[in-house]
Design a protein around this ligand. Sequence first.
Ligand code: PGA
Length: 249
Amino acid sequence: MRQKIVAGNWKMNTLLQDGLELAKAVEELAKSKKCDAGIIIAPPYTHLAKVSEVIGEVKLAAQNCAAEESGAYTGEISPDMLISVGVEYVILGHSERRAYYNEDNDLLNKKVHLVLSKKLSPIYCCGEVLEEREQGKLFDVIKEQITVGLKGLSGDDMKNVVIAYEPVWAIGTGLTASPEQAQEMHKFIRDLLVEMFDTTVAENTTILYGGSCKPSNAEELFANPDVDGGLIGGAALKADDFIQIVNSY
Ligand code: PGA
């Protein structure tokens, strides 16, 4: 059985003290969760070391990392640095990184390989913009993002990869993919994994949905057979909402 996961992407929100309070509240509520989904939070870099001290079974993710191991890359954060403060997952290829920082599939593929070589787990994001959906190009776009972003990985590597499908038009907009739209794309991605790897890899890979997922719609999204949890933005900034989403299973 593949792992169910609910991950909170805090983006560039909260100051350190608020972030610590939020992390503590998530940890506290997580103790009474009613399902077996794993919980991950991805605070800003500046909070990671402190947050890792106040979370128990909640896992820690970074929102990005460098494509290089170490050296003269001013302003960058390496995978080893993340490991040194207790990080286990790294979100890669979020649409905001793709759109505002020009991260393309080839660069992301390099990051995915680097992260895996360090025994960190990438949460690799993909998603189409509204225009691509309207023009019927959505499957081509996702296929390109997945095949190039995960190029050169082995079936063994895939044991540590989480995929997040996040339609860009649904992120932070209040618009959510319908359960049918989410299931359709998740199934497409799983079928693609069969082609790229094999049935076992496809069946065991966790595929999260992201994009305006909230307590009121999480249950119907998570009820789909190929939706294995969520990557949550706005609703992850309130511990109650976030844990309510976790408990939607
Ligand atoms: P949202 O963000 O839940 O605020 O739409 C999701 C994400 O960007 O991961």
